[in-house]
Design a protein around this ligand. Sequence first.
Ligand code: SAM
Length: 280
Amino acid sequence: MAQIDGLPPLSEVIRTHQLSAKKSLGQNFLLDLNLTAKIARQAGELSNCDVLEIGPGPGGLTRGLLAEGARRVLAIEKDARCLPALAQIAEAYPRQLQVINGDALEVDPLTHLTSPIRVAANLPYNVGTELLVRWLTPKDWPPFWQSLTLMFQKEVAQRIVAEPGSKTYGRLALLAQWRSTPRIVMELAPEAFVPAPKVRSAVVHLEALPAPRYEADAATLNKLVAAAFNQRRKMLRSSLKGIAPDLEDRLLSAGITPTERAERVSLEQFCALARALDAR
Ligand code: SAM
C-alpha cells in the first residue's frame, strides 16, 4: 500500500513497539493511512489551524492530519507505550507535533494551542461522549474550537444528528444542534480497525455556529435535557418533577403542554423552557 509519508507502515510500528491493543483503553487502531488521511480531510482546511487530537495511539490519524497539512498537531495520549511511535512521527514533522502523555479528561490543552483550532479524534465511546458534552456546553460561545471531527459507534453518531420524534433523539442531539451543525461524514465497517469492534463506526463533523440557535443558559439546558430524557417515555410534568415547584406554569409559559413527552419537544421549545426556568 502506498504510504502518505516516509514513515514505516502502521502494522510495522505496532510490531516494533509491541502495541498490543488494550480493551481497558478502548484501543481499536486504524492501520490504513489512506483511510486516516480521508478522515483528516473531513476536518476541513488544516493548513492555517492547530489541531487537537485526542488518543493518537500508534499515530494513524496523527499522520493523516500532518500529511493533510495541519499547521500543528497537539496530541494527548493516555497510554505511555505509544510515546516512542509518536516521537518518530514528531521527528519526521519537526516543530509540528507535540505529544502530551495524560488523560484527556484531565489535561487542559488550551495553553498549548493557538487559534483557529480544530479537534479530531478516534476515541473510546465513553470518553468521546463525555468530551463532546464538555465541548458543547461551555458557559460562553463561540468555543475554543472551530470544528470537531470525531469517530463514534454508528449508533452514537445517529443520536448526535437525530431529529425530534425519532427513537435516537435526545440529549446529544439537542446539545449538538443547539450550538453547531453536526453531520455524519463517513461510515466505517468493523474490519477497518484492529482489532475489529462488534459494531459499525461513523465519523461526525460538527461545525461551531457563531452563536447558539436559541438563547439559553448552557448549564440549565444541559440539566433540563438530561432530566427530560432520563425517563423519555414519561410526560414532562413527571420526568421534570422536582426541577421547579411551579413546573407546569413554566412549561406553559414556554409553550409546552405538560403532558407532552420529551422526544416530541423541539430544540426551540427546550431553550424556551430553560429561559423560563431561569426567569425567577
Ligand atoms: N487514533 C488511533 C487510531 O485511530 O488508530 C487510536 C484510536 S483508539 C480507538 C483510542 C485511543 O485513545 C487509544 O490510543 C487509547 O490509548 C486512547 N485513550 C483512551 N482513553 C484516553 C483518555 N482518557 N485520554 C487520552 N487518550 C485516551
